[in-house]
Design a protein. Sequence first.
Length: 80
Amino acid sequence: NGCAPVKVISAERLAELDRGPAVGLELAAAVDGKEGMNVIAPEARNCIWRELIINKKGLKTFIDRDGYGEDDYSFTKGHL
C-alpha cells in the first residue's frame, strides 16, 4: 500500500528542553514536502516549539498530567 515508517520519534524527547527543538526539526524534515502534509515554515518551527513546550500554550499534553511519575513505577525486564 506504500505506507512505511520514515522516522520514529519519542514524544518524551520532543518535550525535553535540551533535545526537543532538534527532535521537532527532524520530525518536520521527515514529513515536509510529502503529499497531504502541511508543515509550518522552517523559520517558525523553533518559535512554535517554545510556545507549546516552554510557555505551555495550546492544549494540555501528557506533560501536564497529575499523578504518578515515571520513577514511581518499578518495571523489571520481565515485565517488558
